[in-house]
Design a protein around this ligand. Structure first.
Ligand SMILES: C[S@@+](CC[C@H](N)C(=O)[O-])C[C@H]1O[C@@H](n2cnc3c(N)ncnc32)[C@H](O)[C@@H]1O
Length: 442
């Protein structure tokens, strides 16, 4: 059922769920938007406010620090203050007066009966407008960047250690830009025809710079379109779609194992390329497999996809050695390549997670690799840019499996001469991804 809440009420409702109840921003926002009757422009505004507030949370909290003199007891107060300061600082087209008026209205709407919360909100926002933005001393470069770009200090140090300070500044700036609306066109369709249809429907499509199969749209909302519902396209970042492009597909019979498949974005992409054969999609979480099935049905490849709940570290109990022509390990990872699209990741991950995840990633590779046919291909990918989860996993895997070697690959617009490809998130404001392709030594 749709409701007639305003864009800002939906933003606040979502931010309370994400900041106070630790829900995922994309899932909470999509749920609220799908149950609303907002125009496309208002949906865009709500999306901008929610993502912008989460992206800039450290910066916004730093602004609040000196201004809050009472305990913010009511649940809505802090999210409302953060999203209001976000609009004052970052949304040039919205006058401060409008932000204040809207904040007052929301405080009255979300506050308890007889609450004086709106006075607190009004007082703090007026003080902020008078005093303006503050930042730490720029001499402490890490702390300064951490607040300015809202990135925890450990991550700023991590980026600086691996890519140097200048690149770190560029990376952080790029990560705080809005994520693009990328879609992948099904290989079963005429790409130009789908592109023309997107144009006719007002989506302002542009071809991707990274892949021949992807298109960047001028705005969101494509999941409501007929093209999406009929499986002519799917929502997938351009960098994510490169993973499957790294396999060599021909007309031979394929038996593919997708070891970590949910929600199935890459399973369906592989299934689209199968002329004869099938793809077996595993996931440790049985309840996520319905997403793979739904995706396969919508993308018209259900007849080629089988699903099975299974821990990929135990596949040898179920499958035979050499059973698969292609194996994809799109591993569970920190998601550090998705800091733009899933901005809350930066506040939840720790450096220790990178080491713990590496152990799981290696265990999965170790378990699935014997299932590969002699002349088959194994692709390992993550949506992380951390060295621990990417290059270090490849190095360890090769050390422990001397019968495997890296295999160079060509994509529609990029190539890897080493067999490894790291796509950084500042390359073209895409998601950050890592791809490594292996074959067995001849
Ligand atoms: C990066 S996501 C996969 C995304 C998917 N390939 C796609 O393109 O839509 C990683 C998936 O691995 C699953 N997973 C985590 N540990 C696993 C394990 N030990 N065995 C199998 N699946 C696992 C998670 O539930 C998650 O769905």
């Amino acid at each position: 059922m749709s409701t007639s809440k305003s864009a800002r009420a939906i933003s606040l409702e979502t931010l309370i769920k994400v900041l106070q109840d630790k829900s995922y921003s994309n899932i909470s926002l999509n749920n609220s938007l799908n149950h609303s009757d907002l125009s496309q422009a208002d949906q865009n505004l709500a999306t901008k406010i929610v993502y912008g507030t989460i992206q800039n949370r450290l910066f916004l909290e730093y602004q609040l620090k000196g201004l809050v003199r009472t305990k913010l007891t009511e649940k809505y107060l802090k999210p409302l203050l953060l999203m209001s300061i976000y609009q004052i600082v970052f949304l040039d087209k919205v006058p401060n007066r409008a932000v204040l008026d809207e904040a007052n209205k929301l405080a009255k709407q979300f506050g308890k009966h007889h609450s004086s919360g709106y006075r607190v909100v009004n007082g703090i926002l007026r003080s902020f407008i008078r005093s303006g933005v503050i930042l730490p001393d720029a001499k402490d470069e890490i702390k300064y960047l951490s607040v300015k770009e809202s990135m925890p200090e450990w991550l700023v140090k991590y980026f600086a250690n691996h890519w140097g300070m200048d690149r770190t500044k560029k990376l952080l700036e790029s990560i705080n830009q809005p994520a693009k609306n990328s879609v992948r066109i099904s290989s079963l369709c005429d790409k130009q025809q789908v592109f023309d249809q997107l144009k006719a429907e007002g989506y302002e499509p542009k071809w991707s710079n990274l892949s021949d199969n992807d298109v960047i749209l001028g705005h969101g909302g494509v999941s409501q379109s007929d093209l999406f519902k009929r499986g002519k396209l799917t929502i997938q970042d351009e960098a994510a779609s490169l993973v499957v492009e790294s396999f060599d597909f021909g007309s031979n019979e394929e038996h593919i194992l997708d070891a970590c498949s949910a929600p199935g974005g890459k399973t369906v992409q592989m299934a689209e390329r199968i002329v004869a054969g099938d793809a077996t999609a595993l996931d440790i979480h049985e309840k996520k497999l319905h997403l793979v099935k739904e995706n396969a049905k919508r993308m018209n490849v259900a007849d080629k996809v089988k699903t099975k709940a299974c821990d990929a570290r135990k596949v040898q109990d179920i499958f035979k050695q050499g059973e698969f022509t292609k194996i994809l390990v799109d591993a569970p990872c920190s998601g550090l390549g998705l800091l733009r699209r899933k901005p809350e990741i930066r506040y939840t991950k720790t450096e220790r997670d990178l080491h713990n995840l590496q152990k799981i990633q290696l265990a999965i590779l170790d378990s699935v690799s014997p299932l590969l046919k002699e002349d088959g291909e194994l692709v390992y990918s993550t949506c992380s840019i951390s060295v621990e989860e990417d290059e270090a996993v490849v190095e360890q895997f090769l050390k422990q499996h001397p019968n495997f070697e890296l295999k160079p690959f060509k994509l529609s617009k990029l190539e890897s001469k080493t067999g490894m490809l790291k796509i950084m998130p500042d390359q073209d404001n895409n998601d950050g991804f890592f791809i490594a392709k292996f074959k067995m030594r001849g």
